[in-house]
Design a protein around this ligand. Structure first.
Ligand code: PRP
Ligand code: URA
Length: 210
């Protein structure tokens, strides 16, 4: 298990704009997309490739292509959907599974309400997308499902993470091939389980309060 907080001037500037209470919904969506593409540079670093041949207009040469099976992308509904197109731009051949997880705002416990995923994930690398890692309950339940179905490796990409959530995920998956790649590690959770300073409710900011 490894956690990587990606340090980069563009990421820092975009996260700051994302946090801003005055950032509009369309701008928030654009920033989430841009951030996931920047984080993907690190998150996809260890993807397996195989040798291939290519013919340029000048000469034949050798190169690389992604090894099969191509990774599976799984946005955690609903807020993770706001990160999907950013990663799909980089992995256009990746299949997409959907997992609906909602946190009970009183108990802070996650509940799975949608599962549109392959039954078996043997040998596959999974990219889980969720902007917020707060208590860690939602991400832990999602990672458990991936590993139970045989996933070889799980890489979770988050935009804002709380130390409490990172610690919970690290403890739970200490001996598993799990990685969290995040653009910000914040200060703490407040008494309502919200990340401080955070950005508020990511789902609401992406799609509206409903
Ligand atoms: C948010 C967020 C995470 C979860 C994080 O989703 O997108 O999935 O909370 O909290 P946790 O780490 O304490 O589990 P929410 O349950 O609000 O659902 P939504 O995406 O439908 O808004
Ligand atoms: N979910 C959110 O959307 N934001 C938080 O700060 C915590 C959980």
């Amino acid at each position: 298990m490894k956690t990587l907080v990606v340090q980069h001037p563009l990421i820092a500037a975009k996260v700051t704009e994302l946090r801003d209470i005055n950032t509009t919904m369309p701008r928030f969506q654009a920033l989430a997309t841009e951030l996931v593409t920047l984080l993907a540079f690190e998150a996809t670093k260890n993807l397996a490739v195989v040798d291939t041949k290519v013919v340029t207009p000048v000469a034949p040469t050798s190169g690389k292509k992604l090894a099969e099976p191509i990774p599976l992308i799984v946005p955690i509904l609903r807020a993770g959907l706001g990160m999907l197109s950013g990663l799909q731009q980089l992995l256009p051949d990746a299949e997409v599974g959907f997992l609906g997880v909602v946190r009970n705002e009183e108990t802070l416990k996650p509940a799975i309400y949608a599962d549109r995923m392959p039954n078996r994930l043997d040998g596959r690398t999974i990219f889980l997308l969720d902007p917020m890692l707060a208590t860690g309950g939602s991400l832990i339940s999602a990672i458990e499902i991936m590993l139970e179905r045989g996933a070889k490796k799980v890489v979770a990409i988050t935009l804002i993470s709380a130390p409490e959530g990172v610690a919970a995920v690290e403890q739970k998956f200490a001996n598993s091939d799990v990685m969290v790649v995040t653009s910000a590690l914040d200060e703490k959770l407040n008494e309502h389980g919200y990340i401080v300073p955070g950005l508020g409710d990511a789902g609401d900011r992406l799609f509206g309060a409903c």
